[in-house]
Design a protein around this ligand. Structure first.
Ligand SMILES: [Zn+2]
Length: 244
């Protein structure tokens, strides 16, 4: 067993005990075989989501927030099975991790490493989604507000391109400053029996942004924001405040 002194010398900070009843389910968006969006350089969104999930898990651990990863292997899974898995795992909060693209009319062909690819430099930034049909819409929104505040404090900025009144978009904006959209029928949020937020961590169809988004430094900024917001959620759970 490592002594306290040795632990201090090694720079190990004792974790804060997990709050009873507070557990964050980290949902890795999409699967290996249906991997979501494609980046400007041809990389699949699932890989970005999975890499971010690792950093979010580490940040939650460092913050003393218990967590569980949904479908870490990226196996085929139904959309409703994701919130169901969160419920089975006893989650008090579901955070679904994604990376963003843009509508086809905004994409421009280019060549990367000899292969034809598509990009758009038109949009940049994060987006947060909540569902009004979720079982806990108020706490979902509180968490989204906290994530947005912390992402802004990390120096990041939201993209509001999902609000544009064109086919495939037109999402109502709940909070423009923090990049929070309302998307009532987003399945992973709608069918969650606990508060739930979907995070679009960045726009990977943007060539410049993609190279930044693919770094651990960027992932940690997102992860720290989620962990700090989750810790506040845990405090509300701990205080026994109604989260409905
Ligand atoms: Zn996605």
């Amino acid at each position: 067993m490592r002594s306290v002194t040795a632990a201090l010398l090694l720079g190990i900070v004792a974790p804060v005990p997990a709050v009873a009843g507070c557990l964050v389910a980290i949902d890795i968006g999409h699967t290996r075989t249906q991997p979501g969006a494609t980046s400007a350089r041809g990389a699949a969104e699932w890989g970005f989501n999975a890499a971010l999930a690792q950093r979010v898990q580490a940040a939650l651990q460092a913050t003393g927030v218990a967590q569980v990863v949904i479908n870490g292997a990226g196996d085929p899974i139904g959309l409703k099975d994701r919130p169901a898995a969160a419920e089975r795992g006893g989650a008090s909060l579901l955070v679904s991790l994604h990376h963003d693209s843009a509508q086809p009319q905004y994409l421009t062909p280019w060549t990367w490493e000899g292969k034809p690819r598509l990009f758009s430099e038109r949009f940049s930034g994060f987006g947060l989604f909540v569902s009004g049909k979720n079982a806990e819409p108020e706490e979902s929104t509180r968490v989204a507000i906290a994530v947005g505040d912390k992402l802004l404090a990390e120096g990041l900025r939201p993209s509001l391109h999902h609000a544009e009144l064109i086919p495939g978009e037109g999402r109502p904006v709940l909070d423009a400053e923090r990049g929070i959209y309302q998307y009532d029928d987003l399945v992973v949020l709608k069918y969650a029996s606990m508060p739930a937020v979907l995070v679009e961590a960045g726009v990977i169809i943007n060539r410049q942004d993609e190279t930044v988004i693919a770094t651990d430094a960027y992932r940690d900024r997102i992860a720290h924001a989620i962990a700090a917001a989750a810790a506040e959620h845990c405090r509300r759970v701990e205080m026994g405040l109604s989260i409905r």
